[in-house]
Design a protein around this ligand. Structure first.
Ligand code: ATP
Length: 775
């Protein structure tokens, strides 16, 4: 290190020391205040009822009591909010104390006398007098300079307009436990020493924040404000998920007065992924957004009556059942049901149903049909047909509820009720007695009182029995959705408008499955969509921004459905068509490949640089896919992918040996990726006594560092230090190319392929210089 560099380092360390002292001072002050608020909260909770005037004598007193409780509750929740806020600030200060900032820029604004020294960290921090920023939040407008420019002329946008100037210095720091561990000045080309440092590390069981090294093109995604729909096509490892999470943090900061974490929703590919990304936002001082898999949403909407196939089981079918004679029909069905053309068919179906064809279920009470499906249908079609179906359904519901109430009154005097009254519990009698007393229904005549009591008890018995019917009607479950969806295919089988090979077969297959209360994954979205058209659905207004990760796995139909659910939300879609493993298996359309950008507020950003894997691994993986030459690796080196040919069945000893080799090289997260769940189970069973293994299944919700055995399609979105592909010879069909590419791109530092037969034909275009064959 030169003298100058030494002096710089000393200067910066002194500044770090100073800033940390300030942070500590502020933290102590805040802790003192928090203590006060915390004891306020405790005290308020303890004395809640003492400070409330409770008086229920007169109606006026009741109103006064309610007001007094409300006032006290508001005071308590205001104090609790303040406490939570202060606690959050303390946690941020603790993080800043550990690592106050990661970057510095000196910016000479046009027309100013001096350059501003801007230090960037995960949150803003001001000096003692609250006058100057000692740290700028990475999301502040001026901070974008750090991500968008190298030293030289630079501009940034503020609400007041564009600010021009010259960036004189751009410096990056790695500060840990208050000490500068590394410091890099970047020249005209944006330096990547820091990135080298970060990317060279081991994989984690949890995703990391990339705040210190966000790249310019990623910053365009993070700070995008213009588009209602932002579509990101990014190659494997280009930082799509990372950028999405940073974008959530950015939006929460930028709209902090109006947008809360519960207004943001992330659709993630599997339950495991939720835990994988769960620490990024807290690391940045923000709360996690809402997270769900699309399947969870569908299950919630379809209810428990049906057994709904999930995408993983569908994938297992596609990987295992090629010899099954229904396979090709099903594949065609999957492809068709993914399309907007099928959505149009359902839209047309709904239009037809407006004038005839809706199906209802009888309302049955004690084995007797009390309102027949025909009667419901007649009532429905007697209503003004200019009302939309859901509006008419509401009217039918009101009518049915009235009818049921009438029926309850009639039923009270029936003999079965009298019998049941005799079997009532003592508590029921007591409650009825109390009820009558409250209503002052007792007379002086004990005979009348007995009559009254019997009447009340009978009513009670009947109401309990009718309850399930009432709730069915309230939930509109008098509509026969199952047969209605099925009817589309029964009708469709004879439909000459659908010019699709095997259409009749597809229809038969679908009807057959539905009759067994089973819904295939490709039918789940169309089913819920039709249900929404018939029953009506209020859009979820609380969600203002939707993120869809692994968006290539969503069909155009599914995306149109999501858009309909959240018509007022902005959306960010992140995907990679080369990893469209589900649609790859069936050649179905996906939203990433087939979305027509018609509207002005739709923007598409393409990421071609990849950061996850070493250059050697990327050189190999990119030759697996068409157009792969456009994928740009980051200049980080490692060993070429290795392939080991084995004669017959792959021996457990060989896998064990390879895992040990990876461990010795210092890798901590190693995945043995198998093609299917069954294969994963076999490998796990064979090796679990030899090595500390974790088996990952579709229901696994969290995973730890270590050695994992995982089926191919569950490894999406995640990364490992080393990947061992169990048997690459099994990936033979073109339909598995994307799956093969996806699993190979999970490796950060080492990739090893076993091959029990020949080298996979999918590697036909991979030059032999790009891998090593191990003897
Ligand atoms: N700007 C960056 N600075 C540091 N690390 C980065 C950056 N961008 C991406 N990475 C790292 O690259 C790896 C891949 O990122 P990420 O998982 O977000 O990519 P992806 O595009 O979602 O990948 P895939 O589609 O393959 O699942 C992660 O380890 C991430 O931390």
């Amino acid at each position: 290190m030169s003298d100058l560099q030494n002096k710089d380092l000393q200067f910066e360390q002194e500044r770090v020391n100073f800033v940390i002292k300030e942070i500590e001072r502020k933290k102590q002050k805040l802790q003192k205040n928090t203590g006060g608020v915390s004891s306020d909260v405790l005290e308020l909770r303890k004395t809640f009822w003492e400070d409330v005037t409770v008086n229920m004598d007169e109606p006026d007193d009741v109103i006064e009591t309610a007001a007094s409780i409300k006032q006290q509750a508001e005071l308590l929740s205001e104090r609790e909010r303040t406490y939570k806020q202060m606690d959050k600030q303390i946690r941020i200060l603790e993080r800043l104390k550990f690592s106050p900032y990661f970057g510095r820029i000196d910016f000479f604004e046009k027309g100013e006398a001096n350059a501003d020294h801007v230090y960037l960290g995960i949150a803003s921090f001001m000096d003692e007098h609250d006058e100057n920023f000692l740290i700028y939040d990475w999301r502040a407008p001026i901070s974008s300079l750090y991500y968008d420019f190298a030293p030289g002329p630079a501009v940034y946008n503020t609400l007041e307009g564009q600010i021009e100037g010259d960036m004189e210095l751009k410096r990056q720091f790695i500060i840990r436990a208050s000490e500068i561990k590394a410091m890099f000045d970047t020249g005209v080309t944006i330096g990547d020493e820091m990135l080298q440092e970060v990317l060279g590390n081991n994989a984690n069981a949890q995703m990391k924040s990339i705040v210190a090294t966000i790249q310019r093109e990623q910053n365009q995604i993070i700070r995008n404000e213009r588009s209602k729909l932002l579509i990101v096509q990014g190659v494997a490892g280009s930082g799509k998920t990372s950028a999405a999470l940073q974008r959530v943090a950015y939006l929460l900061y930028r709209h902090r007065d109006t947008l809360k974490s519960e207004n943001i929703m992330l659709f993630s590919p599997n339950p495991l992924f939720n835990s994988y990304v769960s620490t990024v936002l807290p690391e940045l001082g923000e709360e996690n957004m809402e997270q769900a898999t699309f399947m969870e949403y569908l299950n919630h909407r379809i209810g428990k009556k049906f057994d709904v196939e999930d995408p993983f089981d569908q994938m297992e079918f596609l990987l295992n059942q090629e010899d099954n004679q229904d396979y090709h029909t099903r594949v065609k069905g999957i492809r068709y049901k993914a399309s907007l053309a099928f959505k149009d068919i359902i839209d047309q179906y709904e239009k037809d149903l407006s004038s005839k064809g809706l199906l209802f279920k009888d309302l049955v009470f004690r084995g007797e049909i009390i309102i027949s499906n025909e009667a419901i249908s007649d009532y429905f079609y007697s209503l003004d047909s200019s009302f939309a179906i859901p509006n008419r359904m509401e009217m039918v519901k009101d009518w049915l509820l009235r009818e049921l109430k009438r029926r309850v009154r009639q039923e009270r005097s029936k003999s079965w009720v009298e019998e049941e009254v005799q079997f009532l519990e003592k508590e029921d009698y007591q409650e009825v007695y109390q009820e009558l007393q409250d209503k002052n229904r007792y007379s002086d005549n004990s005979f009348d009182d007995f009559e009254q009591e019997q009447k009340f008890l009978a009513e009670r018995v009947v109401k309990v029995k009718f309850k399930p019917l009432f709730s069915r009607v309230k939930r509109l479950n008098f509509i026969d959705m199952q047969t209605l969806y099925s009817q589309l295919f029964k009708k469709g089988a004879n439909d000459t408008e659908i010019l699709l090979d095997d259409w009749t077969q597809i229809c038969l297959q679908t009807v057959d499955r539905l009759e067994n209360d089973n819904i295939a994954y490709e039918d789940a979205t169309p089913f819920v969509y039709l249900q929404d058209l018939i029953k009506g659905r209020k859009s979820s207004s609380g969600i203002r921004h939707i993120f869809i990760d692994e968006a290539q796995d969503y069909t155009p139909f599914q995306f149109a459905f999501i858009q309909r659910l959240f018509p007022y939300s902005k959306m960010t879609l992140l995907g990679d068509y080369n990893q469209a493993i589900f649609s790859g298996a069936t050649e179905s359309p996906t939203v990433i490949t087939d979305y027509q950008e018609k509207e002005e507020d739709v923007e598409k950003i393409i990421l071609t640089k990849t950061y996850r894997s070493t250059k050697e691994i990327v050189d190999f993986t990119r030759s697996l896919v068409e157009g792969g030459e456009a994928i740009e690796p980051f200049n980080r080196h490692g060993r070429k992918p290795t392939i080991k040919m084995t004669q017959s069945n792959l021996s457990n000893g060989l896998i064990q040996e390879k895992i040990n080799e990876f461990l010795q090289e210092g890798h901590r997260t190693i995945a043995v990726i198998c093609r299917t769940a069954a294969e994963s189970k076999r490998v796990y069973a064979a090796l679990k006594n030899e090595l500390p293994l974790h088996l990952i299944e579709k229901s696994t919700i969290a995973y730890e560092k270590g050695i994992l055995v995982i089926p191919s399609y569950l490894a999406k979105g995640i990364e490992f230090d080393g990947v061992i592909l169990y048997d690459s010879s099994q990936y033979v069909n073109e339909s598995e190319r994307k799956l093969f590419y996806t699993v190979c791109t999970r490796a950060m530092h080492r990739l090893h392929l076993f091959a029990t037969k020949d080298i996979s034909p999918l590697m036909k275009n991979v030059s032999e210089t790009l891998y090593e064959i191990e003897s």
